[in-house]
Write a protein that binds this ligand. Structure first.
Ligand SMILES: [Fe+2]
Ligand SMILES: [Fe+2]
Length: 357
């Protein structure tokens, strides 16, 4: 038996214990053969690591090699430009935060606003920022990179919500700073490969309040401070630190919480290239739309799906086809055009989209 971080799990590994979330709810039972879907589910519930058996089951994971879709993205000039800009922005963000952490200086809001998110400059357009982010996985997975990812997802998300330019900025900065409290949690806990003790876990869970405190003396708007403080609250009251529900949670915190969990799910698959967004969406649909504000989560998922309209996909039965119609009531099950005609996946529960090709 060994303990493996969620991001290092592979399909075929077998759980050696019941896996619980922070509310002690059963997520996966002991003895389960992990699949792509169940690994993503662990990330959805913020499970950090899992005890697995030494033996590995034989699964037909045809995707262990890099999928061609990811290769195509990585080779594109847009991606190379994106990657370079992304790294520079992360460095700049790190410096701004280090001034706060090491020198005790107040957060340099001006620098943060004007010199950290060059990647969002007008003129720089990404055809699909999600594909870009998914393809960045191999580089790093530290808190700073995660914060940059969440900032960029929040930015796109806020546009989908038709917010004003000012509000889009607020959402983006909220995403950038949401986990800043983690920089104050000892590395021995944040980077611990083993299972966190109950006490260590309760320390990790203080990061929203710690982050809020770090920023309290800065000139940031209250809505950003609230987003930092409340980004782990869930609309059904199952979150922390306060167990708030519905309207008690600031809108920006709701936006960040969706961007946050989406990034966590996609980063739990360093070994395979981009996550098939339809798997992430199916997971949201099966596990917890009620955890999120309906208006926000549906806008988010619908738009993620829309970016893949007319893409070619492969189903779990090996058939390939083109996405031609998005079914609003079953976002993970669009209508596909195959060589044999149209196929409405929502009428075929046994079929699901395995990959974008
Ligand atoms: Fe967090
Ligand atoms: Fe986060």
């Amino acid at each position: 038996m060994k303990r493996v971080k969620t991001s290092d799990l592979l399909p075929g590994m077998i759980t050696a214990e019941d896996v619980l979330n922070y509310n002690n709810q059963l997520i996966l039972p002991k003895g389960l053969i992990l699949t792509d879907k169940t690994i993503t589910k662990l990330a959805f519930y913020s499970v950090i690591s899992v005890k697995v058996e030494d033996s590995v089951a034989n699964v037909n994971e045809k995707n262990l090699d890099e999928p061609t879709y990811a290769e195509k993205i990585r080779q594109s000039p847009e991606f190379i430009k994106f990657r370079d800009e992304f790294r520079q922005d992360v460095d700049s963000f790190k410096q701004v935060v280090n001034d706060v952490v090491e020198k005790g200086a107040p957060l340099n809001v001006d620098r943060l606003m004007n010199h950290t998110l060059n990647i969002l400059e007008p003129g720089w357009t990404s055809p699909n920022i999600f594909d870009m982010l998914h393809s960045m996985r191999e580089y790093d997975d530290a808190t700073y990179v995660h914060c940059m990812n969440v900032a960029l997802i929040c930015n796109v998300f806020a546009r989908w919500l038709h917010l004003s330019e000012e509000e889009i900025r607020t959402a983006t900065i909220s995403g950038l700073l949401h986990d800043i409290g983690k920089t104050q949690i000892p590395d021995s806990i944040i980077k611990k490969p083993g299972k966190l003790t109950e006490e260590e876990y309760s320390i990790v869970k203080t990061h929203p309040q710690v982050g809020h405190q770090m920023l309290a003396s800065s000139a940031l708007p209250k809505s950003i401070l609230n987003a930092v403080l409340l980004h782990h609250e869930k609309c059904d009251g199952s979150g922390y630190p306060f167990g708030f529900s519905g309207d008690q949670i600031d809108p920006y915190a709701k936006i960040v919480s969706i961007a946050d969990v989406y990034d966590a799910m996609t980063s739990a698959r360093i070994y395979r290239g981009p996550l098939c967004p339809f798997k992430a969406i199916a997971l949201f649909e099966s596990e917890g739309l009620q955890k999120y504000d309906t208006k926000y989560i549906l806008t988010f998922l619908e738009n993620v799906v829309n970016t893949y309209l007319l893409n070619t996909i492969r189903l779990n039965n090996g058939v390939t086809g083109k996405i031609v119609y998005i079914n609003k009531n079953h976002l993970s099950s669009p209508t596909i055009q195959t060589d044999h005609g149209f196929l409405d996946l929502s009428a075929h529960p046994e079929l699901y989209i395995e990959d974008i090709v």
